[in-house]
Design a protein. Sequence first.
Length: 337
Amino acid sequence: MLFGMTRSLAGAAALCTLAVWPAVAQQGLDEPFQASFKQALAGKTVGYIPVAMNFDLTEGWFAGVKKELEPYGMKVIVRDPNWSTNAGAQALTTLISEKPAAIIVHNPDVQTYAKLMQRAENDGIFIIQINMGSVYRSSAFVGANWIEIGERDTEAVVKACEGKSNKIAVIQGALSAAASAYTLKGVENVLGKHPEIKVVSSQAADWDAAKAKAITQTVLKQNPDLCGIVGFWDGMDIGTAAAVKEAGLTGKVFVATSGGGERKGACELVKSGAFDLNVSYDVPTQAADMAAMIKWLLSSGAKPGSVKGSAYTTLIPITKENADSGMACWNLADLKK
């Protein structure tokens, strides 16, 4: 009897709920946070200082951030130093005086912009560093884990050299750049476990494809039995791969590199055999991460410099197995739409 009464009470409660719910649903509920979020973003300016424009990484970041932020009434402006560190420092100085809400900084090295970025945050401007960080830890860093990239590329080269000469070359970027210094540490981490591997050349090509090609040409003349090359950026290693091809060694010398994953610079070069491995840090994801950081920082009420955080990018290894899948790479034209 008691069980029957319980079931009846439960049924009555359910009917009461059904009777009340439509009235509540018709009134709706005001989401309490979206208005303040929109207000925190509307009319704000974000500055962007890359090392240079007109290549896939920096163009992709710019397009992706604009795509995410402009619908909220934000303005994204770029100041292009065109590979000049001095011009970049001047651009950052000028931008600080203009008081944007945030500045995205792509550091040419670990030191030059450090004090300027600290000054910006002291002046109430959030700094988001992208891919190449500095000794100053700002409110946010978004980018690749370069040590992991160095390890992955070197592990692949070591494996490819099994049963061969065990001679490899390393084509570094700019020695003072975080991306180059940290990647080299990853290379060293792996080579420390493989004393059989002999590094016949480890030189800096300063992110320049022509320099990378010249270095590789010399190395291959001196070591025609070279079995692998660890390169530090696919935009530079186009020159590395060209030298390997000219020597008739494509497919014999394993070329590993890394980059932002843009189709013509990553997937197509892997498909052609120019690169055997391209570890992608996926520019569209990085752009979305930077935009999300900016949205959160501006809407959080936090004071610039009071919080410090990092968002390391999940890496995508591009090989012949996935280069044609349509999932590994992106098109700059699509990101700009």
